[in-house]
Design a protein around this ligand. Structure first.
Ligand code: OXD
Ligand code: MN
Length: 581
């Protein structure tokens, strides 16, 4: 089925090992999508939702033990354990391969083996990279159809280029005891067994576009990041593109589809991606980015008219829902959605409050990016978009100001490397536990974080037109545990300051921890944030920051001798500035 000998040999070898009834090469056509949907409807893999209110929408209920990524069963298998680093689970490649071979042996008997050639990124972009996923799940194929550019055009590119990432997936028996997600970055290969859930099974996403791609990016001189990408268009029609990294549960999808508030009449926010960004320095010295994905695999609960009207608008046709609840008239439902009532919960039981949430908290929607009302016309651009600013952020009830700009690229890398988020404790009286999640890549960096920071730092000398780096915190709370900043669309006010800084239009306050807005430079008309609250949001508590910087020092030191000296020197520079403040 292909002129690519290595690919054909691999397919033959996998078929011999896994023993499927048939091998099917996916072409990515609309007809194929319809046939697979019919098959899923016939065998119970899909439940038809109300086709009058939600044409082309289907519900998939996963095994109740298979509803999330499994970090403890996810391994990076490098020849040398130190290359995977303390940030990853490691297994020797030979041991991992032997273990997986036994799991895969005969696992596709009675099943179809689907071969999915796919391209991460616009099909004609030099920044894109291709892969082939082999899977025994039709649910995976239809999801990959929305999430990637898959089928014949991708296969032609693979045949032309020669190089592709090998991903082998089987749902196995969905037994949590026989479940592993293995990555072999040195061989550009992924093996996943025993899960049908998104991040474990749609191998183009976290496995390829982050874990393997981060390794590939290091060897090829680019960056594969866990970042959303948006375009911010001013009333004058000038667009600035921003890439932003936040750990889970910090509103990345909402920010990616933000609608500017009333006071920002004439401004537009354009969505390019909500999860992953690949960037490289272009011939002009600027950083150019693409979103390798073609769809959204978003968390459904909390998606509401108030938080994300654009997401709601794209979810009433041609979408796959996984583990959401259903109304009596078979419309999808999740917590936060008003105007409808759940009748069946995510397990298919009659909904009872005592059984917990109706939709699983990690229930998802899969939808093509082009269905988003704020979809950018640059999302398919082969050259990508030029990035003006990189934003890091976390959920911090205390200490971290609403926004700050780094002094330099190295300082920005320190801001990213020391990023942290608080666990969202059920008891609002407990300050959440602060967990470091550098660049929001803790579960996704396919190699040693120390080497990853060194790779980030290496860009400093590569160009004098790099994006400016910022850090934001939408989640500060006052003594009464109320959020101090309104968030959501109002974050536009912070983004405007970021853009104005990039354009050199506005001055700033120099502080030991970075550059902060001067009073009055954040536009506040139309919202009520009292001056004392605003001052607190932009305050630098020197003593508390000394403790934070010491804690960051301990964290970086846990990476031992591989921790880049430049990063530690930068940390000491900030520590000394605090001592002198
Ligand atoms: C995701 C995640 O699913 O980051 O995107 O966990
Ligand atoms: Mn993510």
């Amino acid at each position: 089925m292909t002129t690519h000998q290595e690919l054909q040999a691999w397919i033959d070898q996998v078929a011999e090992l896994t023993q499927p009834d048939e091998v099917y090469w996916c072409n990515g056509s609309a007809e194929e999508y319809r046939e697979l949907t019919d098959k899923l409807l016939a065998d119970g893999g899909f439940i038809e939702l109300n086709q009058d209110t939600h044409p082309g929408c289907y519900l998939h209920r996963s095994d109740p033990s298979d509803v999330a990524r499994v970090e403890h069963l996810t391994f990076v298998c490098t020849s040398n354990a130190d290359d995977a680093g303390p940030n990853n689970n490691w297994m020797a490649p030979a041991e991992a391969r032997a273990k997986m071979k036994e799991l895969f042996r005969g696992c596709m008997k009675g099943r179809t083996m689907y071969v999915i050639p796919y391209c991460m990124g616009p099909i004609d972009s030099p920044l894109s990279r291709c892969g082939v996923e082999i899977t025994d799940s039709a649910y995976v194929v239809v999801n990959m159809n929305m999430m990637t550019r898959m089928g014949d055009p991708a296969l032609r590119r693979i045949e032309r280029e020669g190089k592709f990432i090998k991903g082998l997936h089987s749902i196995g028996e969905l037994d949590p005891e026989r479940r592993f997600i293995m990555h072999y970055p040195e061989d550009l290969e992924i093996q996943s067994f025993g899960s049908g859930y998104g991040g474990n099974a749609l191998l183009g996403k976290k496995c390829h576009a982050l874990r393997i791609a981060s390794h590939q990016a290091r060897t090829e001189g680019w960056l594969a990041e866990h970042m959303l990408v948006v375009g911010l268009e001013s009333p004058e029609g000038e667009v600035h593109y921003v890439a932003a990294a936040f750990p889970s549960a910090c509103g990345k999808t909402n920010l990616a589809m933000m609608i500017p508030p009333q006071a920002y009449q004439g401004w537009k926010v354009w969505t390019l991606g909500d999860d992953i960004c690949w960037m490289r320095i272009g011939d002009d010295g600027r950083m150019w980015a693409i979103n390798p994905e073609a769809g959204f695999f978003g968390v459904a609960p909390g998606t509401a008219r108030k938080t994300n009207p654009n997401a709601l608008a794209m979810l009433d046709h041609d979408a796959i829902f996984t583990n959401v609840a259903m109304t009596a008239d078979r419309q999808p439902w999740w917590e936060g959605l008003d105007g409808r009532e759940p009748a069946e919960d995510w397990k298919g039981e009659p909904y009872e409050v005592v059984n917990g949430p109706a939709a699983h908290p990690n229930s998802r929607f899969t939808v093509r990016m082009s269905q988003c009302p704020s979809y950018s016309d640059k999302a398919e651009a082969a050259e990508g978009v030029p990035i003006s600013a990189i934003i890091f952020g976390g959920r911090r009830a205390r200490l971290v100001p609403l926004v700050m700009e780094s002094e330099s690229w190295a300082h920005g890398v320190l801001m990213g490397a020391s990023m942290a988020s608080e666990t969202t404790a059920a008891n609002i009286d407990t300050v959440g536990v602060v967990r470091r999640d550098p660049m929001a890549m803790k579960p996704f960096c396919g190699y040693n974080f120390a080497d990853y920071w060194a790779h980030w730092l290496s860009f400093a000398d590569a160009s004098d037109k790099l994006p400016k780096i910022f850090h934001v915190n939408w989640f500060r709370k006052d003594d009464k545990h109320h959020f101090m900043w309104p968030g959501f669309g109002e974050n536009m006010r912070v983004l405007e300051w970021v853009v104005r800084r990039c354009k050199g239009e506005v001055a700033c306050a120099e502080t030991p921890i970075g550059r902060l807005p001067l009073p009055g430079d954040l536009r506040l008309e139309g919202i009520h944030v009292p001056p004392a609250t605003m001052a607190a949001l932009l305050d630098v508590d020197v003593e508390a920051w000394k403790a934070e910087i010491a804690d960051i020092g301990e964290y970086l030191a846990s990476y031992g001798a591989r921790r880049p000296a430049v990063l530690e020197a930068e940390r000491q520079r900030v520590a000394e500035a605090l001592d002198q403040a």
